[in-house]
Design a protein around this ligand. Structure first.
Ligand SMILES: Cc1ncc(COP(=O)(O)O)c(C=O)c1O
Length: 387
């Protein structure tokens, strides 16, 4: 059976070049970067090099990069650190209804356990946040704004510059979760006035369990993990050197091949979307038609249940998602699809297909060929469809 992986927004396979770069750092160059002898200094040098590679992709300074265990930790670190550091100045945070749970649940926790007040900005039918609405919601006690750069479910890319500019003269910090945008969208922090930005390696063909938080020079944050003096005393713990090295290499490769990969992926995405739209009726494309991640398709098939769709696709070797990976297994419809105005029933019939650098034309054609009869079969079983 053919195997097709169309869930690159959930995670990506580690690039072979990345694996090769990481390998020596497990058993050969295994030193602790804090040790002063040469084995330790060698590991420290590898960390420095990786920090430069990550910073380069953002046009940032290496000392503005703090390595973490991934996107979730970076989001937690950014939001909790600002909240706890500035709670005397104010206890109001602004975020959106379509954040990843790493942001949403952190905000809910601060509301419930620490008395913060959180405003959840609505989005339009494409998933866009209005910068004027953000401006209107800013208050004297607002200390932080956190808005996702590109949504992990529907792929919509926010007008981050306009949003960050809306906050620039207010004094609140601006954080963006760029886990999905990083590596694909051009992010130039020299011209983008954001203070904190979250990243993760496993979305860009790097290893899992490693990520980073960009902290603009002068931004006052404090650690979540206390202990040693690693990461400028902002994240204690012996660094995961092989993973950091792999993350750095993945950034270098992303920078080198971004344009080429995006062009190829966009062509294949068009082929896939055309194939779906031409062969299946009553399909809704979710997210913005143009302002979206190049690899993302998110559609709702009316009268179809997303989980059944996924299981049927899996039976023919196709891996996809019906929302964010974190919500699968739950019966609740995606909060993102509800926020863009879909009904519970329609939102339940969603399918997210996310392409990768190694996706082929043959895989796209196979997916369309298999998807069409599966949707037909599921609709035939639905009493609502026959009505
Ligand atoms: C937008 C977004 N933020 C945060 C995360 C969490 O990242 P990690 O898996 O590295 O913790 C993800 C992962 O799916 C994501 O898509």
């Amino acid at each position: 059976m053919q195997r097709v992986y169309l869930d690159h927004a959930a995670t990506t396979p580690v690039d072979q070049e990345v694996v090769e770069t990481m390998n020596p750092y497990f058993s050969e160059k295994f030193g602790n970067p804090s040790s002063i002898y040469s084995l330790g200094r060698e590991a420290q040098k590898a960390l420095d090099r990786a920090r430069e590679q990550v910073a380069q992709l953002l046009n940032a300074a290496p000392e503005e990069i703090i390595f973490t265990s991934g996107g979730s930790e970076s989001d937690n670190q950014a939001i909790k650190a600002v909240a706890f550091n500035f709670s005397e100045k104010g206890k109001h945070i602004i975020t959106t209804e379509i954040e990843h749970h790493a942001v949403l649940h952190t905000c809910k926790y601060l509301e419930k356990k620490h008395g913060f007040e959180v405003t959840y900005l609505p989005v339009d039918k494409y998933g866009l946040v209005d910068p004027q609405r953000l401006k209107d919601e800013l208050r004297d006690d607002t200390i932080l704004v956190s808005i996702i750069f590109a949504n992990n479910e529907i792929g919509t890319i926010q007008p981050v510059k306009e949003l960050a500019l809306a906050v620039e003269n207010h004094g609140a910090y601006f954080h963006t979760d760029a886990v999905q945008a990083f590596g694909t969208v051009d992010i130039d922090l020299d011209s983008l006035p954001v203070d904190l930005l979250s990243l993760s390696a496993h979305k860009i063909y790097g290893p899992k369990g490693i990520g980073a938080l960009y902290v603009r020079k002068g931004t006052k944050i404090s650690p979540l993990v206390h202990g040693g003096a690693q990461e400028r005393k902002l994240r204690a713990g012996t660094e995961n050197v092989p993973a950091v090295v792999g993350f750095g290499k993945a950034c270098e490769l992303s920078q080198r091949y971004r344009e080429e990969r995006n062009t190829k992926i966009k062509t294949l995405r068009k082929r896939l979307l055309d194939g779906i739209m031409e062969n299946i009726d009553e399909v809704i494309l979710n997210g913005h038609p143009q302002r979206r991640l190049p690899n993302n398709i998110n559609v709702c098939f009316k009268y179809v249940e997303g989980e059944s769709l996924l299981l049927n696709l899996d039976m023919v070797g196709i891996a996809a998602s019906s929302g964010s990976a974190c919500t699968s297994g739950s019966l609740e419809a995606s909060h993102v699809l509800l926020a863009v105005g879909l009904s519970q029933e329609v939102a339940h019939g969603s399918l997210r297909l996310t392409l990768g650098k190694d996706t082929t034309e043959d895989e796209i054609d196979y997916t369309v060929k298999e998807l069409v009869p599966i949707v037909e079969k599921l609709r035939d079983m639905s009493p609502l469809y026959s009505e």
